[in-house]
Design a protein around this ligand. Structure first.
Ligand code: HEC
Ligand code: HEC
Ligand code: HEC
Ligand code: HEC
Length: 428
């Protein structure tokens, strides 16, 4: 995967700058997802190993001092990845380097699991004294950080300067649903500002964050810090779901039996022959399981289809996982779409002027989506089906996309864009 992406990047070096930036971000995102813990962490073991961390990060991963980031409620994979980065020297910090040096992959996974299981909710707002409206701000015409400006950058970004909306990765008020993106809610604002400065200076490396932070002014960084004093705690601390990967083959075997009921429409191997039915072959297992759960929940989830509602009514969560694993293990047949320039350009580059994010950022350079994040594959999908879904997102009759990830994009697409994009995606 890494290799093919690297090759891909070289092939495209001649193309525009913005394209380069996007491919860089993709290398990053894919790398993250691939490196996400190969080993499962254990909460109890992590707790036992966290003794030496407590001096700085507090016994439960909360230290009121803004010098030390809160770890409680952070995603386990993200913590393990940062420990790996400190160990490898990709992220430098005088205090953390020696701490991480002695940790094994298992230790990192255990520590991640432990801190992820702790709650960030009891904590009082960090660094409240540095914020606008506080009397510590003197009468002199001094800079005052403004949480409202921070919020607007966070939620909208600034397309004219290639700053993506932070909310699209870090989630509403900094509670990120996607395990590879860190939670920012109730993090010390001084720490957030320091990290943005590190990304800006390039001393902390992350292609996407480096690009956004470089475009932010020092004042804007302080506005963003101020916004985080106001955000609510990480509410639902999720320990990594024990999904798929390890047990994929077992699940797939069990799923095959249950998939008999689906063959009439989706094809026995998930390659639907009729264009109005989506192909499921090679689709990501977590995504399929989520769709099945969403169809079952109906209106409450925002995805409703009378045919599918009947199919899923009797399915358990386990059934859904097995069905997902089975279809994910099948090979997708070639799609009916044709590659074209407009589709390619929008897919890889988006349209900053119209606020359209590049599809490739989430659906991947090869169109295969992002399995762990639950982002669907669109490669080789029937064009009719793709068109129908973009229309549903646009009309909001499908609204099961977290943070309006698709609705906010679909509403900006014109008919010509949809035609070009769906042809292009199907051709991948
Ligand atoms: C001597 C104090 C100290 C000790 C002990 C310490 N840390 Fe840290 N830790 C820090 C500081 C300071 C930072 C912020 C570094 C920066 O600014 O990039 C940090 C950052 C981190 C981060 C990154 C957080 C983020 O949001 O990106 C993780 C994860 C972490 N520490 C885990 C640990 C673990 C696990 C241990 C125990 C094995 C530990 N630390 C022990 C001081 C310490
Ligand atoms: C394309 C997805 C994406 C977008 C958009 C994005 N980020 Fe990030 N952000 C990341 C990733 C990935 C990391 C972790 C990098 C690493 O592993 O070191 C990160 C890390 C951070 C961190 C450090 C967190 C910590 O615990 O150390 C801060 C602060 C941050 N981002 C703020 C922002 C702000 C502010 C914006 C908007 C201007 C933004 N991000 C937009 C993906 C994104
Ligand atoms: C009678 C035909 C029919 C049968 C049988 C059927 N489906 Fe579907 N399925 C559909 C239709 C139509 C859609 C598209 C609904 C929409 O537009 O949202 C769909 C959509 C889906 C999706 C969403 C795909 C995506 O890319 O988002 C999944 C997953 C799915 N079906 C799985 C199954 C499974 C598993 C079974 C067997 C238990 C099954 N279906 C049986 C007709 C059928
Ligand atoms: C910020 C991430 C993100 C971006 C950018 C994005 N998508 Fe999506 N897309 C998603 C997610 C997440 C879903 C699935 C939502 C759900 O049902 O859980 C999805 C679903 C879809 C679907 C329906 C797939 C199916 O099998 O039903 C289509 C079609 C689609 N996106 C097309 C696009 C196009 C075209 C673009 C670019 C113009 C784009 N997406 C940009 C995240 C994104």
């Amino acid at each position: 995967m890494h290799r093919s992406l690297t090759v891909y990047f070289h092939q495209r070096q001649a193309e525009s700058n913005s394209m380069k930036k996007i491919i860089f971000s993709l290398l990053l995102v894919t790398g993250l997802i691939n490196t996400a813990s190969a080993v499962e962490g254990n909460i109890e073991a992590g707790k036992a190993k966290s003794g030496m961390c407590a001096a700085c990060h507090g016994a439960n991963g909360l230290n009121p001092s803004p010098n030390f980031p809160n770890l409680a409620g952070q995603h386990a994979d993200y913590i393990a990845k940062q420990l790996q980065s400190f160990k490898a020297g990709n992220r430098t910090d005088a205090m953390m380097a020696p701490m991480a040096a002695g940790l094994s992959e298992q230790d990192m996974a255990d520590l991640g699991a432990f801190y992820a299981s702790q709650s960030r909710s009891g904590e009082k707002p960090a660094d409240a004294t540095t914020v606008a409206g506080n009397e510590s701000v003197a009468a002199a015409p001094k800079f005052v950080a403004d949480a409202a400006i921070g919020k607007s950058i966070y939620e909208l970004g600034d397309a004219s300067r290639s700053i993506a909306a932070c909310i699209s990765c870090h989630g509403k008020e900094g509670r990120s649903d996607v395990l590879v993106y860190p939670n920012l809610a109730k993090q010390h604002s001084a720490y957030i500002e320091k990290q943005l400065q590190n990304f800006k200076a390039g001393t902390r490396k992350d292609p996407a964050m480096n690009q956004f932070a470089a475009a932010l002014s020092n004042e804007e960084i302080q506005h963003i810090g101020a916004y985080f004093v106001d955000t609510k705690a990480v509410a639902n601390v999720k320990v990594r779901q024990p999904v798929v990967s390890a047990a994929l083959t077992e699940h797939a075997v069990a799923g095959k039996v249950k998939a008999a009921a689906c063959g009439a429409c989706h094809g026995s191997d998930g390659n639907a022959l009729v264009a109005m039915y989506p192909k499921l072959a090679g689709q990501n297992a977590i995504y399929i399981a989520k769709q099945l759960a969403d169809f079952k929940a109906g209106d409450a989830s925002g995805r409703n289809d009378p045919v599918m509602a009947g199919m899923v009514a009797a399915l358990s969560e386990q059934d859904m996982l097995e069905l997902g694993s089975y279809f994910a293990s099948q090979k997708s047949s070639a799609g009916n779409g044709k590659a074209n320039d407009l589709g390619k350009q929008l897919y890889f580059g988006g349209d900053a002027a119209r606020g359209i994010t590049a599809c490739a950022a989430c659906h991947g350079v090869m169109g295969k989506g992002m399995a762990k994040a639950g982002f669907p594959s669109v490669a080789g999908q029937h064009t009719d089906y793709l068109v129908s879904q973009l229309a549903k997102f646009k009309q909001k009759s499908r609204s099961n996309d977290k943070n309006k990830m698709m609705r906010s994009i679909a509403k900006k697409l014109k008919k010509a864009d949809v035609d070009a994009l769906t042809q292009f995606m199907s051709s991948l």
